[in-house]
Design a protein around this ligand. Structure first.
Ligand code: MN
Length: 275
């Protein structure tokens, strides 16, 4: 597993605040994550290979396959678990968090699954629009802050990718041999592109899969601790205590194939500061 965001020099890209890259790995080394809570964010699950079953405290039970989107809006509080299925050989997945803005961070939780997402042809390949709008094509996925997520599948060659100049963007390399702005970027690494750029040159030495993750600069300081996004330590302390007390803030206890739940760790001895 590899984490490219948050990073010492890069905390957020638009509302994107957390990127976890998983695999590719034999399915025997799959994903088993017991029930745990979230507040103040949306989680995005995207698969390249394998299958994962999601269950949550709203009663959702959803199998996700490659090319599909699971989007969970934690809002004021939700709990979920994930387990990969051994029906396929390999697991290759990306999990992302989106911070919710002040207006939406305490909303009621929700879960949505999109089995089909719109595709469009672009120079050098095909784009699948996961969230937001890309190249004039819109995803039906629920989002709040102006943003985009798209999977770009490119053939070998030199291609110009159009970007929304109002957005800062990240290009996460999922597979292939690629240079972006004349710099080689390895699989699982992310190339940051500042707001104002209306396109970027991508040199593909092979077939390449990229995730484009962008958005308008978020404009609010956030406090991220464990699985929570809040604005101050008081909110984090309260959410932590409520989860460990199995408070109904996070919904009813739900059955899953993992079993158990993950208690919140101890808080650090220093005051957590939003940034
Ligand atoms: Mn989670």
């Amino acid at each position: 597993m590899r984490r490219t965001l948050p990073h010492a020099k890069l905390k957020m890209i638009g509302p994107w605040c957390f990127v976890d890259y998983f695999g590719p790995t034999p399915q025997t080394d799959g994903m088993v994550v017991a029930a745990h809570p979230h507040i103040g964010l949306q989680t995005v699950t995207w698969l390249l290979e394998g299958e994962i079953e999601h269950r949550d405290s709203l009663g959702s039970i959803q199998l996700i396959r490659p090319g599909q989107l699971n989007l969970m809006t934690a809002g004021s509080g939700i709990a979920h678990s994930e387990i990969s299925n051994s029906t396929t050989d390999r697991l290759h997945a990306v999990q992302l968090w989106l911070a919710l803005d002040e207006q939406h961070r305490n909303m009621a939780p929700a879960f949505e699954h999109h089995a089909e997402l719109p595709k469009l042809s672009i120079a050098g390949g095909i784009a699948k629009v996961m969230i937001g709008e890309f190249g004039g094509t819109k995803s039906p996925a629920t989002h709040f802050h102006p943003m985009v997520a798209a999977e770009l599948r490119l053939s070998a060659g030199s291609h110009k990718i159009s970007l929304n100049p109002k957005f800062e963007n990240g290009l996460l390399v999922v597979a292939g041999d690629v240079s972006i702005r004349e710099e080689a970027v390895m699989a699982a690494d992310l190339k940051y592109v500042e707001a104002g750029a209306s396109s970027i040159r991508v040199e593909c030495a092979s077939e390449v899969i990229l995730l484009l993750l962008g958005g308008e600069p978020f404009g609010e300081k956030i406090l991220m601790w464990w699985n929570f996004i809040a604005r101050n330590q008081e909110e984090i302390t309260q959410a932590r205590a409520q989860w460990n007390a199995r408070d109904l803030r996070f919904g009813a206890v739900f059955e899953d194939r993992v079993g158990g739940w993950i208690p919140a760790p101890d808080l650090p001895n220093v005051t957590l500061q939003p940034r």
